[in-house]
Design a protein around this ligand. Structure first.
Ligand code: 5CA
Ligand code: ZN
Length: 407
């Protein structure tokens, strides 16, 4: 599918700082060590509703990863999927009487517009699952040939007893896994399964549901295997970062990692599993199924997208937080202050600001720390009222290149 247009990223002078990032699997912050091309896969939307602040928070976190790597001279190869066929999408289409494909297309287009407005760097490949059903079926056939799957009434399951690394991404207990599996799209109680945690790879055609011809017959892919296939096909095994929100740790990334392991024989499938925190509204995680949503497209109607970006940057990406409208008011005030400061004829020297922003972002994406450094510079600039010696261009460029905030 089409991705979205890339914003300009200014080149910055001086020395970058190598990125350290929290790896959910290792339960610690480790230094990323990408080759000349850094490779990242981030799980995309299920397009049955508009982009909300929670989604934006997740894509912004990985946007920062890409920006820090670019600053370090790496090329960034970024791939993202869109789950453009899945139960929640089909259910919403059914409820609203809209054709499921039209619904997906409409919401994906809105997502692109939101991402562009927020100046999120686009993936090189933006892949809808419906574009690659045949390839996903071929991967499942490969897994079957390795003896890690079984069939149940025409559907195909991955057998968790053939997944020796299962549990290593999340580190969750069996009880936690069972609870989350049922909550997040799994079917622990289906009769005939060998283990409640066996997960669906292929769903044979059901009356009234979309289906594709494939080596496995007519049907459609289960959820996790789509991301394994799209990551493998575009990035190859052993890529640097697999990302998404923390609700994807289990079962999604856990199952995907075991699929990748079975398919390639390599472990880990991704070097880092990195997860953004959950954004809540009115005391509950923002989610399409609960309907407690703040849409980016709606906020954009009344507010500068750069202020929306600053709302998100003001929270550490791993934090869970609750959105309230005063976050936006604070971000607008900060944006206005920064813009006044860079509009001055001359400002305080900004090389130390660049060094601090680099250091803060390289430390597991400490965006709030980076904002504080620019706040302090803006305070100094405004206090001096333009009587300093340096041009404020470096601050404009570093805010743009590293934080994606156009001033
Ligand atoms: N299509 C799948 C991934 S393959 C999916 O989870 N789609 S989604 O539309 O439900 O979510 C898209 C991304 O936003 C995921 O990375 C998810 O973890 C993240 N996300 C969803 N809700 C929130 C939230 N309230 N706060 C932060 N991130 C969220
Ligand atoms: Zn995914």
């Amino acid at each position: 599918m089409r991705s979205w247009p890339a914003p300009n990223v200014p080149k910055l002078p001086g020395q970058s700082v190598p990125l350290r990032l929290y790896d959910t699997s290792a339960k610690q912050v480790r230094r990323t060590d990408p080759g000349p091309t850094a490779k990242m896969y981030v799980c995309g939307i299920t397009p049955y509703d508009a982009t909300h602040l929670g989604h934006a928070n997740t894509y912004l976190a990985f946007d920062l990863v890409g920006r820090v790597w670019r600053d370090g001279g790496h090329e960034v190869h970024y791939t993202q999927n869109a789950t453009d066929v899945d139960d929640p999408l089909l259910e919403r289409a059914e409820q609203t009487g809209i054709d499921w494909q039209a619904l997906a297309e409409r919401e994906i287009e809105l997502f692109r517009t939101d991402m562009e407005a927020l100046r999120i760097l686009p993936p090189r490949e933006y892949v809808g699952v419906t574009e690659v059903v045949g390839e996903v079926a071929d991967l499942i056939a490969q897994l079957s040939a390795k003896g890690v799957t079984y069939e149940l009434d025409g559907d195909v399951y991955f057998s968790v007893s053939d997944a020796p690394k299962f549990g290593q991404v999340s580190g969750y207990s069996q009880a936690e896994m069972l609870g989350l599996f049922a909550e997040r799209g799994g079917d622990p109680d289906r009769p005939g399964k060998r283990d409640p945690l066996d997960w669906l790879l292929w769903r044979a055609e059901r009356p009234g549901e979309p289906a594709w011809d494939s080596t496995l017959g007519r049907g459609r892919p289960g959820w996790h295997v789509e991301c394994t296939q799209i990551a493998l096909a575009n990035l190859g095994p052993g890529f640097d970062v697999a990302g998404g929100g923390s609700d994807l740790i289990f079962p999604h990334h856990e199952c995907g990692a075991s699929e990748g392991h079975a398919a390639t024989g390599e472990w880990p499938f991704a070097r880092f599993y990195t997860h953004a925190g959950m954004v809540a509204l009115d005391g509950e995680k923002m989610s399409k199924s609960k309907g407690n949503l703040v849409f980016v497209s709606k906020l954009r109607g009344a507010h500068d997208p750069m202020a929306i970006r600053l709302v998100l940057l003001a929270h550490h990406y791993r934090a869970d937080w609750e959105y309230t409208p005063d976050h936006l008011a604070a971000a607008e005030a900060r944006l206005a202050r920064w813009r006044s400061a860079v509009a001055l004829e001359a400002g305080p020297d900004a090389e130390d600001v660049l060094a601090t922003v680099r250091e803060r972002l390289a430390d597991d994406l400490d965006a709030p720390g980076a904002l504080a450094a620019i706040d302090a510079w803006a305070d100094r600039a405004l206090a001096a009222g333009g009587s300093d010696t340096s041009a404020p261009d470096l601050v404009r460029d570093l805010a743009d290149a590293l934080l994606g905030v156009a001033l």
